[in-house]
Design a protein around this ligand. Structure first.
Ligand SMILES: Cc1cc2nc3c(=O)[nH]c(=O)nc-3n(C[C@H](O)[C@H](O)[C@H](O)COP(=O)(O)OP(=O)(O)OC[C@H]3O[C@@H](n4cnc5c(N)ncnc54)[C@H](O)[C@@H]3O)c2cc1C
Length: 544
C-alpha cells in the first residue's frame, strides 16, 4: 500500500478545520498548526452561519432552489469579478460538504428559516431564506480539556446565545427562557461560531488530529517548484516539517498596514477579526510565485469604536441597528448618502466614494443619528442598554438637531433640511432617495415587530434629545490572495498549479468577488474550498 500523503493545514478557523477533517478522511496523515495561542480564528468569534445554496436541508425545509438559480444570482452580482468556474465549483461542492459533515462529524447543520439573501431581489435570489445554515449550540463538555483552548468571542458576551436567540448584529434580542439558559449553562453549551468551531474541533479530535497552537508558519519549503514542507516558528525556535501538501487557511491580511496600503481599494481602518490575521499566508504564496486575485476586496463592515471595558477589541459591528426606524446616517455635509439598511458588505462602496472636487472621501467621516424615540423603543443595542435608559456617555447627544450638528462640526442648516426631507419621506411611506425599506433584507433586519414591511426600517427623527455615533470603515476580513483552481490548488503567475500548495478561506482569492451572497457568505466559501483542498491534497480530488 502506498504511503499516506502528509498534509499540513495552517490555521484553525472554519476553512482550516474543515480541510483537516476532509484530508484525514480521504486518507492523508494530517497535522494542523495555529499561530495564535488558541483555536478557532475569527470563525470562533462569528455568528457561525454558512451560506450554501441548494443544500439538502433547504430542500427538506421545502424551499425550492437549484444550482442554476444560485449561479444566476451570483453572476448577476459579479461586476466582472466572479470567475464562473469557481462559482460553479462552490455551488457543486457546497451541498456535498454540508451532507458529508452532517453525516460524518458532529457539525450537524440546520436551516435558518426565513433569512433572506442579501440581494434577494436579484435574479435567482431567495427572499424567504433556506440557503443560510448554522449549527445548534454545542456542549463544550464533549471537548474535555480542549474546551478552554477555543478562543472566546469578544462580540458574544454570552456564548450560550445563538442566531435564533440574538441574531448577531441585530438590534432586538429574542428573550431565551431562563430554564433554557440554565440548561445550556449546566451543559456548558455554546452557540454560533463557538458551536461551529467546537463541533469541527471535536471532529478533528475524534480523528486524532490535535491542532498545535503557538506555531506560526513562516516559510514554505520548496524544491523544484513544488512544496516539500513548511517552516514553523515557535517560542523554541524554527523547525521544518516535511509535507507533501500545505493548505493555507491563515485568514486575510487585514491586520497588516503595508499589505492593506498596497492592495485595498479604499480605507479600511477598523478590522473586527482576530489580530493574528496579518497576511502570513499571502506572503508565503507570493514567495512561491502565486498569481494573486481579488486583492482590492474585503468583507466590508461599518464599525463603531466602543470602550474596551465593553468589548475588549474596542470596536463593534454596526449591522441591524442601522436598519431600525428613527435613525439615519449623514456625512460631513450633513447629508444622507446611502440606504442605511443596506447589507454591511455593500457599505464598503459608500465608504470609498470620493468627492472629486474636494479630493477627499465623500462619506468619511460619517455618523449614525437617532432620536429619543429610538432609545425609548429599542434602547441602545451597541452598548446593550435597555430601552428607556439613556445611552452611555461616549455617545454624542444634544437637545436639538442644531446643537447636535454643532457638536459634530457639520452644517446645521443642511442637517435640518436632511431630517425634514427624511421625515416627509417617512410620512409618505417611501424613501425616494435611496429606497431604504424596499428590499427583503431591510425588512428582515429592521424592527422585528414590523418584519416584512417598510415600517420595519422607516421612522421619523422628531423627538429630542438627538444622538450620534461615528461609523468607521471596517471589515470582517480581507478576501484577496493567491488564485486557486476548482480543487483549491494555488496557481502560479502563468496559471499552472503549484504542486502541493492549496488555499482556502480569507487567505485565498475569493470566488465571491465583491459579493456577499447572504448570511454565512464568508465562512461558506472558506469551508467549501477547505473541503476541496483536503480532498485534492489527500489524492482524492472532487473535480478531475
Ligand atoms: C462578529 C463576527 C461575526 C461574523 N459572523 C459571520 C457569520 O455568521 N457567517 C460568516 O460567513 N461570516 C461571519 N463573519 C466573518 C467570518 O468570521 C470570517 O470571514 C471567517 O471566519 C474567516 O475564516 P477563515 O477560516 O478564513 O479565517 P479565520 O477563522 O480568521 O482563521 C484563520 C486562522 O489562521 C491563523 N493564522 C494566521 N497566520 C498563521 C500562520 N502564519 N500560521 C498558522 N496559523 C496562522 C489565525 O491565527 C487564525 O486562527 C463574522 C465575523 C465577525 C467578526
Amino acid at each position: 500500500m502506498a504511503d499516506k500523503r502528509r498534509v499540513v493545514v495552517l490555521g484553525t478557523g472554519g476553512a482550516g478545520l474543515t480541510a483537516a477533517i476532509i484530508a484525514h478522511d480521504a486518507g492523508a496523515k494530517v497535522k494542523v498548526f495555529e499561530k495564535a495561542d488558541r483555536i478557532g480564528g475569527t470563525t470562533a468569534w462569528s455568528g457561525g452561519m454558512v451560506w450554501i445554496p441548494n443544500n439538502h436541508l433547504e430542500a427538506e425545509a421545502g424551499v425550492p432552489d437549484s444550482r442554476e438559480e444560485a449561479l444566476t444570482y451570483l453572476m448577476s452580482l459579479s461586476h466582472g469579478l466572479i470567475e464562473r468556474h469557481l462559482a460553479e465549483a462552490f455551488l457543486d461542492a457546497g451541498p456535498m460538504m454540508v451532507r458529508y459533515l452532517n453525516e460524518h462529524t458532529p457539525a450537524n447543520f440546520r436551516a435558518i428559516p426565513d433569512f433572506p439573501d442579501y440581494h434577494a431581489e436579484f435574479p435567482g435570489g431567495k427572499t424567504g431564506g433556506g440557503r443560510s445554515l448554522d449549527t445548534p449550540p454545542f456542549s463544550f463538555l464533549e471537548l474535555g480539556k480542549w474546551a478552554d483552548r477555543v478562543t472566546p468571542s469578544p462580540y458574544y458576551p454570552d456564548p450560550r446565545l445563538s442566531i435564533y436567540d440574538t441574531p448577531l448584529g441585530q438590534a432586538q434580542p429574542q428573550p431565551v427562557p431562563l430554564e433554557e439558559l440554565e440548561r445550556r449553562s449546566a451543559n456548558q453549551e455554546r452557540a454560533s461560531g463557538q458551536a461551529l468551531i467546537g463541533r469541527l474541533l471535536k471532529g478533528c479530535l475524534d480523528r486524532g488530529i490535535k491542532p498545535r497552537t503557538g506555531c506560526r508558519a513562516v516559510e514554505l519549503a520548496m524544491r523544484k517548484g513544488r512544496v516539500r514542507g513548511i517552516v514553523i516558528e515557535t517560542a523554541d525556535g524554527r523547525r521544518t516539517i516535511k509535507a507533501d501538501a500545505v493548505i493555507l487557511c491563515t485568514g486575510g491580511f487585514e491586520w497588516d498596514e503595508e499589505l492593506k496600503r498596497a492592495f485595498l481599494r479604499g480605507p479600511m481602518t477598523h478590522p473586527v477579526s482576530i489580530s493574528t490575521n496579518t497576511g502570513d499566508g499571502l506572503r508565503m504564496a507570493m514567495r512561491a510565485g502565486a498569481m494573486l486575485g481579488n486583492m482590492r476586496e474585503a468583507w466590508w463592515m461599518p464599525v463603531a469604536e466602543v470602550p474596551r471595558e465593553q468589548i475588549s477589541t474596542g470596536v463593534t459591528l454596526v449591522a441591524g441597528m442601522r436598519s431600525l426606524p428613527r435613525s439615519i446616517m449623514v456625512n460631513r455635509k450633513g447629508r444622507r448618502f446611502t440606504n442605511e439598511s443596506a447589507n454591511y458588505n455593500a457599505f464598503g462602496a459608500a465608504f470609498h466614494e470620493q468627492d472629486v472636487s474636494a479630493f477627499d472621501y465623500a462619506n468619511l467621516p460619517c455618523w449614525m443619528l437617532f432620536d429619543q424615540g429610538y432609545i425609548d423603543t429599542y434602547g441602545f443595542p451597541l452598548a446593550g442598554t435597555p430601552r428607556g435608559l439613556p445611552p452611555p456617555q461616549w455617545v454624542t447627544s444634544a437637545p436639538t438637531l442644531l446643537q447636535l450638528a454643532d457638536r459634530l462640526g457639520i452644517p446645521a442648516a443642511a442637517l435640518e433640511t436632511t431630517v425634514a426631507r427624511w421625515n416627509a419621506q417617512v410620512a409618505a411611506g417611501a424613501d425616494d432617495d435611496f429606497h431604504r425599506g424596499e428590499a427583503a433584507h431591510d425588512r428582515w433586519w429592521g424592527d422585528h415587530g414590523q418584519r416584512g414591511s417598510s415600517a420595519a426600517s422607516l421612522g421619523p427623527l422628531d423627538r429630542g434629545p438627538y444622538y450620534a455615533v461615528e461609523l468607521k470603515s471596517g471589515s470582517l476580513g480581507t478576501k484577496g490572495g493567491p488564485k486557486v483552481d476548482v480543487n483549491a490548488n494555488v496557481l502560479d503567475i502563468d496559471g499552472h498549479p503549484i504542486e502541493g500548495l492549496y488555499a482556502a478561506g480569507n487567505v485565498m482569492s475569493s470566488p465571491m468577488g465583491m459579493t456577499y451572497g447572504g448570511a454565512g457568505g464568508t465562512i461558506a466559501p472558506g469551508m467549501v474550498f477547505g473541503f476541496l483542498a483536503g480532498r485534492h491534497a489527500a489524492g482524492s480530488p472532487v473535480f478531475d
